[in-house]
Design a binder for this molecule. Structure first.
Ligand SMILES: Nc1nc2c(c(=O)[nH]1)N[C@H]1C(S)=C(S)[C@@H](COP(=O)(O)O)O[C@H]1N2
Ligand SMILES: [Mo]
Length: 350
């Protein structure tokens, strides 16, 4: 099947900057978009999801077939791993959204269940082409079957209560909560149950990190590494010495966030921030730290999340490297009135 890609070629919709992530749920129009080959345009009337490989009853399911299954909601942070050609450059393309659709586990049950040898789920999108010097007929990713059992891996047909827009994978996409966005295949067309990992540029070349402990020397970019972003104050904010400011932001990690630390002196010392209770297993969590800047001076704010496995964020050289927020601390106003100039206007600020 050939699919229309419009536009074709790599599409990246600019993410919000961290200081713009003011909503707990990101409005759909502000969710980043990432497509390697273009935006697939699919006619839902002719669309089927094919379930193949090590399933007892291979199936071709329409949307109407899927909509007979129990509908499930999933609130989750959604984070891109960044450009696979520059895997150590942080991009902080992140959102927190409500997906809804069907549990992949329920869909596999509809196909009669899986054979005992099945251990990986391969999923393909309708889109394909060339990227970074590699060609593929379809965007293909995989995940271990055991990740599916808990019922929270979704085949979503809606985002934030609305049907998926084309750029987010209409009519149906995979959503793997707690994993980098690259794993959540859009324009889903085929699911294959297999006894081994999938082989293709997006499982073997791109979105793999060096791993000396692995036989291949690489490991897939699956679980979300811990990360925190400062939403407020914004970069270059002017803070008044002696006045308390709240340093606030979001933190997330695939294994869950254990704590968040904040530094107001460019990483020389760190203090534990207040962390709001988890509002959902996969959602980002708000942190907050009250700080009274003292001397008028430039300062640099940083934050870092620690996940439940004890991992934290490196200073540099990784997609989750620590964000730096420069701010200016200014002396409090003296109370002196600003005299109008001859023209009647206030003089410009010094
Ligand atoms: N079929 C298909 N699925 C895909 C991609 C793609 O190019 N094709 N890009 C992946 C990447 S890298 C990310 S970050 C997310 C982005 O999803 P979004 O555009 O809905 O934010 O989709 C993933 N799923
Ligand atoms: Mo991505």
């Amino acid at each position: 099947m050939t699919v229309l890609l419009d536009p074709s070629g790599t599409v990246r919709r600019r993410p919000l900057a961290p200081h713009q992530l003011t909503d707990e749920t990101t409005p759909t129009a502000l969710v980043p978009v990432l497509a390697h080959f273009g935006i697939a345009r699919i006619d839902a009337a002719g669309w089927v999801l094919s379930i193949e490989g090590l399933v007892r009853q291979p199936a071709r399911l329409s949307l109407a077939d899927l909509r007979r299954l129990k509908r499930r909601d999933l609130r989750a942070v959604f984070c891109c791993a960044g450009n696979p050609l520059e895997p150590t450059v942080p991009t902080r393309r992140v959102a927190n959204v409500v997906w809804s659709g069907f549990a992949l586990a329920d869909v596999l049950a509809l196909a009669g269940g899986v054979f005992p040898e099945a251990c990986f789920v391969w999923s393909s999108g309708a889109d394909g082409g060339s990227f970074g010097g590699h060609s593929t007929a379809a965007y293909l990713k995989d995940l271990p079957l055991e990740r599916v059992a808990a019922g929270d891996v979704l085949l979503a047909d809606a985002i934030n209560g609305e049907p998926l827009p084309a750029e987010h994978g209409y009519p149906l996409r995979l959503v793997v909560p707690g994993w980098y966005g690259t794993n959540s295949v859009k324009w889903l067309s085929r699911i294959v149950l297999a006894d081994r990992r999938a082989d293709g540029p997006f499982t073997s070349v791109f979105y793999t990190d060096p791993d000396p402990a692995s036989p291949s020397g690489r490991r897939p970019v699956w679980n979300l590494a811990p990360e925190a972003v400062i939403v407020s104050p914004a970069p270059h904010a002017m803070l008044v010495a002696g006045h308390t400011v709240r340093i606030e932001g979001w933190a997330w990690a695939g294994s869950g966030v254990d704590s968040v630390q904040v530094s107001t002196n460019a990483g020389r010392s760190w203090t534990t921030a207040d962390l709001a209770p988890e509002t959902g297993r996969w959602m980002w969590r708000r942190f907050d730290f009250a700080w009274q800047p003292m001397a008028p001076d430039p300062a640099e704010l940083r934050c870092r999340a620690v996940d439940r496995a004890g991992a934290t964020q490196p200073d540099s050289g990784a997609r989750n490297a620590i964000q730096r927020v420069p701010v200016a601390i200014v002396a409090p106003p003296t109370g002196a009135a600003i005299r109008p100039t001859a023209a009647g206007n206030s003089p410009p600020f010094p």
